[in-house]
Design a protein around this ligand. Structure first.
Ligand code: ZN
Ligand code: FE
Length: 261
């Protein structure tokens, strides 16, 4: 699933009921984790693959994305182990050491978005970040840039065929955040926070009957683990990305909140 020239490999780590943490590993044996809901499954895969944890990356402050951070930090003997999140979430991300003030609208290199200029690097590969409020005020998307668009961690903002609930943000913020993600290169891989895809497709078929052929086809071919999706796939299937206006987006988001399918 990775471009063959990338030194970094991404593996989904199922956590809790339906969460995904993501292990990023480098051929050197260094590793990083995105959104560790729990420490135990992450520690298990680190031990099994004999990897050294170098950094922890959070997409937002909700417990099912950061609940494992303190345990991972406590289990590490590396004083350099860093924890990165949006600067806006300072005070609500455990052990945060790399607050990144990523801007709205476009991905930016993390070095330019951090006060001390350190940014966030994975074995020399600089992460890029974009602020994507809507689900929460401090939601952030992280990108490992690549020639085909790269890999982006979307947390609970964009799911395959869905989007997160509006806990702290407005429909306008969420709609802009989704549109910024959907404007990325078509082959960009999107790694999301929850395995909600089957239910999201059931909602998509109801809210966008005109697109039901495409949706039915996708639903028939779902593997057990549906992450990552791609920008092209979300443009074709995701009713929130496909909403033609803010009003349509807001109506769809409200309908999803009460959908029982
Ligand atoms: Zn969340
Ligand atoms: Fe979540």
């Amino acid at each position: 699933m990775q471009p063959s020239n990338s030194p970094l490999t991404i593996t989904p780590v199922p956590c809790l009921q339906d969460n995904y943490a993501y292990l990023i590993e480098h051929t050197s044996g260094d590793a990083w984790v995105v959104d560790p809901s729990e420490a135990a499954p992450v520690l298990a895969i680190l031990a099994q693959r004999r990897l050294r944890l170098r950094g922890i990356i959070a997409t937002h402050h909700h417990h099912d994305h950061v609940g494992g951070i303190a345990g991972l930090v406590a289990a590490s003997d590396d004083p350099q182990l860093w924890v990165a999140a949006h600067a806006h979430d300072s005070g609500r991300i455990p052990c945060l050491t790399r607050p990144i003030a990523a801007p709205l609208g476009a991905f930016t290199p993390t070095k330019g978005a951090s006060q001390d200029g350190r940014g966030v690097e994975l074995a020399g590969v600089e992460l890029w970040a974009m602020w994507i409020p809507g689900h929460t005020d401090g939601a952030i998307a992280w990108m490992i840039p690549g020639p085909d668009g790269g890999d982006v961690f979307t947390g609970d903002t964009l799911f395959a065929a869905g989007c997160g609930r509006l806990f702290e943000g407005t429909p306008a913020q969420m709609y802009s955040s989704l549109r910024a993600l959907a404007a990325l290169a078509p082959a960009t891989r999107l790694w999301f926070g929850h395995e909600y895809t089957a239910g999201n497709l059931r909602f998509a078929a109801v809210i966008e009957p005109d697109n039901s052929l495409e949706i039915t086809r996708a639903a028939a071919e779902l593997p057990a683990i549906t992450t990552p999706t791609t920008v092209a796939r979300e443009r074709a299937l995701n009713p929130f990305v496909r909403a033609a206006s803010l009003e349509e987006f807001a109506a769809r988001r409200a309908a999803k909140d009460t959908f029982r399918g």
